[in-house]
Design a protein around this ligand. Structure first.
Ligand SMILES: NC(=O)c1ccc[n+]([C@@H]2O[C@H](COP(=O)([O-])OP(=O)(O)OC[C@H]3O[C@@H](n4cnc5c(N)ncnc54)[C@H](OP(=O)(O)O)[C@@H]3O)[C@@H](O)[C@H]2O)c1
Length: 429
């Protein structure tokens, strides 16, 4: 074993960074044996230097992250600050000064992954980011390496623990959205401002990263269609149950049936209770991958939290350190397929539509005609009437989102349709 240690600069020492530092210390001997050289924490950049940080030598702490990554003797920079800047500039500077980078930063990777990969390649360094998607769950490396000989057609994931906790609560207790969110906040599963989670921004960043890797195509955050889950109601769950389904916020990355394009989207969807993702409870994450040769795979585990996320960071650190010692680099960006990324209108799926209609003869026929005129074929219809009003629940066969959109627009114009109570996509069949 080499005795000279590999030097690691830790940028950020919060929820994830503090756990990275702790594991680096407590597992130092095992890490050294696995890497073939000891790893040394050479500096820790933070915002508030006076904060007491257990297990961290105060002499290592600095507020000058730029000077730390410019030192020239740093082998690996671990970026766990988050956000776009200064993380982006620090990572780029790290490459320029000869370091490889491990990051957990989904927002940055989704927005600027291509440029960061290019910078890593230009300087012959590694950029690893297993922790950026689904915390502890090994996913990036299995997609990038283990499935490199296969053809991935679809990735269907629960990649946000907060929203899964809320939806699971609504499902199991009949609670409304606000009540379930309040409980998630009280238990620490939701942040004071839950927007990034409940509006699907966090999941969309992960969808962009997953789609890019799965389809060897650049997919940016802007390419991902996004709908949050704040409009999901207890009534939607009741309808889902009647269909033998539950509701999950899903990140879905798909190759089109003709293989000529891909899509990436995040929205709430009904999935059958028989689908493996339906059994993912609480704040857990899971990603279901469908590929040509392997068939169906599911990756499951804790998608967040200091220690689980640090596990993924440490796995990357070991891999990057090994590459460093052997003078090699791991696989970089693979975007050779360069498939066009289609918009939501081209997505083909099934729909569950709940309409409030007048309870009188001929309404059903009128509604059915609108569906037929737009080429959307109906699978089942259920009607319940009360006091001159009725609710009509229509489940369609597979149709494009554009066709469904046209159908709904036309339905809204019918005198007999009082309102469209909900539209939910049905996935996983
Ligand atoms: N938390 C999770 O469960 C989780 C899961 C997966 C991925 N991630 C990702 O991991 C990254 C870190 O998340 P986190 O939860 O650990 O965040 P966090 O608890 O807020 O920690 C951020 C750290 O960065 C430091 N920092 C902020 N601005 C800085 C600056 N300009 N210069 C130097 N240091 C700065 C902070 O310093 P102070 O300590 O002085 O405030 C803090 O130590 C994010 O990209 C996040 O998306 C987190």
């Amino acid at each position: 074993m080499r005795t000279r240690p590999l030097k690691v600069a830790l940028l950020g020492c919060g929820v994830v960074g503090s756990e990275v530092a702790r594991i680096m210390t407590t597992h130092a001997d095992d890490l050294a044996a696995r890497i073939g050289a000891p790893v040394e924490l050479a500096g820790v950049a933070v915002r508030r230097p006076s904060k007491v940080r257990e297990g961290i030598d105060p002499a290592l702490v600095t507020t000058d992250a730029t000077a730390l990554v410019k030192r020239g003797d740093i082998d690996v920079v671990v970026e766990v600050i988050g956000g776009i800047e200064p993380a982006r500039a620090l990572i780029t500077t790290a490459f320029e000064h000869g370091a490889s980078v491990v990051s957990a930063n989904k927002a940055l990777l989704a927005q600027d992954g291509a440029a960061l990969h290019a910078a890593a390649e230009q300087h012959g360094r590694d950029l690893y980011y297993e922790a950026a998607v689904a915390g502890a769950i090994p996913l990036i490396r299995p997609l990038r390496e283990s499935l490199a000989g296969d053809k991935v057609n679809r990735v269907l994931g629960i990649v946000n623990g907060t929203t899964n906790f809320i939806l699971d609560k609504m499902d199991s207790t009949g609670a409304g959205y606000q009540e379930a969110l309040d409980e998630a906040t009280a238990l620490g599963y939701a942040e004071a401002d839950p927007t990034a989670d409940v509006e699907g921004f966090d999941a969309a960043a992960k969808a962009a990263i997953l789609a890019g890797i799965a389809f060897h195509t650049r997919v940016r955050l802007d390419d991902v269609y996004r709908e949050g889950m704040t409009e999901v109601t207890a009534a939607d769950f009741a309808s889902a149950k009647e269909m033998g389904c539950t509701i999950k916020l899903l990140a879905i990355c798909e190759r089109a049936e003709d293989g000529a394009s891909v899509t990436a989207r995040v929205h709430p969807a009904m999935i059958p209770l028989t689908h493996p993702l339906a059994s993912v409870r609480g704040a857990y994450n899971a990603v279901f991958v469908e590929s040509d040769a392997s068939g169906q795979l599911m990756f499951y585990g804790p998608g967040a939290g200091g220690s689980p996320t640090a596990s993924a960071v440490l796995g990357d650190l070991v891999a990057v350190c090994r590459n460093r010692l052997s003078g090699a680099t791991g696989p970089g960006e693979s975007a050779y397929a360069a498939l066009p990324v289609s918009g939501m209108g081209d997505v083909v799926t099934r729909y569950h539509i709940s309409l409030d209609v007048a309870d009188k003869p001929g309404v059903l026929a009128q509604v059915a005609t609108v569906f037929a005129e737009h080429g959307v074929s109906i699978d089942t219809v259920r009607q319940q009437g009360k006091d001159g009003e009725a609710s009509l629940v229509v489940v369609t066969h597979r149709a494009s989102d554009a066709a469904l959109g046209g159908t709904v627009e036309a339905l809204r114009k019918l005198d007999t349709v009082r309102g469209v109570a909900s539209i939910m996509r049905v996935e996983g069949e």
